[in-house]
Write a protein that binds this ligand. Structure first.
Ligand code: MG
Ligand code: MG
Length: 250
């Protein structure tokens, strides 16, 4: 069941969204070679708590940290660790969620660690832009998979692939609500988009094949062929006047 939000509920979600956005901006400022992913997790958790929010991911199905940190060929759900040191040339996808006043925000970015290859930078740029392409279709009266199809078309135009096994989602009082928001598929399908729907739109893009597998820790998702992967996500409210990105600002 898709839970359509009232304007007041969306106002609450703006606050949750701004905390997630600011947490990611903070991490972007400090990320550098030599840091551990556990340090990033601590910075994020401290900031979220300081804002009076809760890190939504911590304890979610037993997830042990406040952010997911996925390096290079890791797609999503990487676990921060004191043993994982960032190295020059890495790319790191950070996924972050915060809960405040009963509502969630959810967003992800892929960051460069120091200088990265042109190929890695292009992957990050295409993944980010594919999100904004998708958002263009997140309009009242469109169908859900108009978003999906646009993301897929854009990504595949560069010879990259979109992950199929993990998808975006509705969001609100629960971090994951209906509907699922795939990043692939034919347009014109699924529910009609209504004023007040809030979706986490989150393309996961691989340089190689779209197939992925889960590592032995039962969390970390990696590309099956070992190719690089990037992730870009925002919480988006579909409003009469057009989409509003609750976890982003220029
Ligand atoms: Mg997320
Ligand atoms: Mg999400």
């Amino acid at each position: 069941m898709i839970i359509v939000k009232t304007d007041l509920q969306i106002e609450y979600m703006r606050l949750a969204g701004s905390i997630v956005r600011d947490t990611l901006l903070k991490l972007e400022e400090v990320i550098k070679p030599g840091m551990t992913t556990a340090e990033l997790d601590k910075i994020a958790e401290d900031y979220i708590l300081k804002c009076g929010a809760k890190p939504s991911f911590k304890g979610y199905y037993g997830f042990p940290a406040s952010i997911c940190t996925s390096l290079n060929s890791e797609v999503v759900h990487g676990i921060p660790s004191k043993k994982i040191f960032l190295q020059e040339g890495d790319i790191i996808s950070v996924d972050c969620g915060a809960l405040i006043n009963g509502y969630n925000g959810d967003a992800a970015r892929t960051f460069a660690v120091g200088n990265i290859s042109k190929e890695a930078q292009k992957l990050i740029d295409v993944t980010r832009e594919s999100f904004f392409q998708g958002v263009e279709s997140a309009r009242v009266g469109n169908k859900l998979t108009d978003i999906s199809s646009r993301i897929q078309q854009y990504v595949e135009g560069f010879g990259y692939s979109v992950v199929r096994d993990y998808v975006g989602h509705g969001i609100g009082e629960q971090m994951h609500e209906d509907p699922e928001v795939p990043n692939y598929g034919r347009p014109g399908r699924g529910p009609k988009l209504l004023h007040g729907m809030v979706l986490a739109i989150e393309p996961m893009v691989n340089i190689g094949d779209y197939t992925v597998k889960v590592e032995a820790n039962d969390w970390t998702v990696v590309t099956e062929d070992g190719s690089l992967s990037a992730h870009y996500e925002n919480t988006v409210a579909i409003l009469r006047d057009g989409p509003e990105i609750l976890t982003w600002s220029k």
